[in-house]
Design a protein around this ligand. Structure first.
Ligand code: G
Ligand code: G
Ligand code: MN
Ligand code: NA
Length: 253
């Protein structure tokens, strides 16, 4: 309850902000997207979303926080990422509570309309486990998101035991290989097989694929050698402030 109160004033006092982590095509060194990641600066200290998202999820405050992240990300992306010479999508994470909130599609439309961001320049990241928890509701709302031209990525892919038949029926654009497999592929060779299987699956389903949590050159080399060009992780960049992203995007152009 204390955290709940604190989150409430955090929103009012604008302590909730967004950072952006670049997604890179390692074969061409091009910026291909960014992921918006929420942050809470509390008394000068940054609180991890891993700590406060679950609290916000239980209290329902995730809906308001999520709306703030979505609006901020759309506005920032319009400013920094979308132009006549340069256009890459911004990805926003959404939880099950947000996805199944009756106001979600309205919030999405409003965020696009007020920012002027085209639908195809926005991507929604939903974790695989969320989709599996609530298949029917998820399928319905994903269809509505897709109807706005917005892209859909399955986050943390490989950890959620998807039914492949179900997956193939969803209007999904991207699979994000969970960092668990990327971390451990060298020490646990079975994870190599999981990674290459996900890359093959994406190719056969004609989906894009991106690996997350890439921290070393050898991980990047391995992924590229197996047909996964797009990557995200500390090897390329940590999550950045909007100003730092702007600098990063300029250097990559
Ligand atoms: O940014 P960081 O790697 O610390 O994020 C930790 C977790 O919080 C990740 O699972 C990430 O998906 C989640 N997360 C980050 N930003 C958001 C957000 O805006 N909304 C939701 N629902 N989850 C987020
Ligand atoms: O669950 P999700 O995939 O959205 O999690 C994203 C989280 O992963 C963010 O909190 C981000 O800060 C973190 N992250 C991004 N790249 C790396 C990386 O290379 N290594 C580690 N350990 N964490 C990363
Ligand atoms: Mn994500
Ligand atoms: Na992610």
């Amino acid at each position: 309850l204390q955290q709940e109160q604190a989150l409430k004033s955090a929103l009012q006092n604008q302590e909730i902000y967004v950072e952006y982590q670049p997604k890179v095509d390692f074969s061409s060194d091009e910026l291909v997207g960014v992921e918006a990641l929420v942050r809470w600066r509390r008394n000068g200290q940054v609180v991890s979303p891993a700590q406060f998202i679950p609290v916000a999820e239980d209290s329902g405050q995730i809906v308001e926080i999520g709306r703030h992240v979505l609006r901020t990300a759309c506005r920032d992306a319009c400013e920094v990422l979308v132009g006549p010479l340069f256009s890459v999508p911004v990805a926003v994470n959404v939880s099950i509570r947000q996805l199944t909130d009756p106001g979600f599609i309205g919030d999405l439309k409003a965020a696009l309309a007020e920012s002027g961001l085209p639908g195809h320049a926005l991507e929604i990241e939903v974790t695989e486990s969320v989709l599996m928890q609530n298949m029917e509701a998820a399928a319905e709302v994903l269809g509505k998101i897709k109807a706005l031209g917005v892209r859909i990525a399955i986050d943390d892919f490989g950890t959620g035991y998807s039914s492949l038949a179900y997956l193939a029926s969803l209007p999904v654009d991207v699979l994000k290989i969970d960092k668990f497999f990327v971390d451990a592929y060298a020490t646990h060779p079975k994870n190599m097989a999981v990674i290459t299987a996900i890359i093959d699956l994406a190719q056969h389903l004609r989906l894009d694929v991106i690996a997350e949590g890439v921290e070393t050159r050898s991980q990047a080399d391995f992924l590229l050698a197996h047909g996964c060009r797009c990557m995200q992780g500390f090897y390329f960049s940590r999550p950045l402030s909007l100003a730092a992203l702007q600098e990063y995007a300029k250097r990559m152009q």
